[in-house]
Write a protein of this length. Structure first.
Length: 202
């Protein structure tokens, strides 16, 4: 019987030192480009925070958090951030689909991972006729939703991020519509709802 030996291309042979170095270089380059694009987009949209912090660069060293890297290596990844798109979880008022979120929470619990739920994007029924993503017309609708999550996952989801990139027009009603005071109002109501459902949640 003839023996057939299959050999992987050198760049897929992870037992080869050169392949490991090649992949590490590719990952570093990809992450640097990713972070640079974030910084560039923020700068072009008028937010100079990343530029002033020196992040408008392809130099990988400026994008590394030394303490975070050490903790990740030594302590492992103890947290996971999951984006919860409200628009897909509550198709109509009061009808929340918990199935997928239950699976995420159960899997995290089984593996000892703490969760941050980042809750974003209002469903069409909560902001009818709007073209861009953004908050609901009634902020209490959002507060009720995050409150329901906090109640159901009390002690299982440790933290909640209230909205995402609220300083970016595509996430807040379109060009020129960002509103810090409105976001603070949304945050205030959501905070109260989360704390009512789970006083220990962050």
């Amino acid at each position: 019987m003839e023996t057939i030996i299959l050999r992987l291309p050198y760049y897929l042979d992870f037992a080869a030192p050169f392949a490991i170095l090649l992949w590490l270089a590719a990952i570093v380059l990809a992450l640097s480009l990713h972070e640079f694009c974030h910084a560039l987009a923020a700068t072009l949209l008028g937010d100079n925070t990343a530029r002033l912090a020196g992040r408008l660069s392809l130099n990988p060293t400026v994008h590394v958090d030394p303490l975070g890297l050490v903790m990740a290596v030594v302590a492992g990844f103890g947290w996971a951030k999951v984006q919860i798109r409200w628009e897909t979880q509550e198709g109509s008022p009061g009808n929340i689909s918990f199935g997928g979120m239950d699976n995420i929470v159960n899997l995290a619990q089984q593996n000892g991972v703490r969760l941050i739920f980042s809750v974003v994007t209002a469903p069409p029924w909560a902001r009818p006729g709007k073209g861009y993503h953004g908050p609901p017309d009634n902020f209490d609708d959002y507060a009720r939703f995050v409150g329901a999550l906090a109640t159901r996952y009390r002690g299982k989801v440790q933290a909640y991020e209230i909205w995402n990139e609220q300083n970016y027009y595509a996430e807040w009603n379109g060009p020129g519509q960002m509103n810090a005071a409105a976001y603070v109002d949304l945050l205030r109501r959501a905070y109260s709802a989360v704390k009512a459902g789970d006083p220990n949640a962050i």
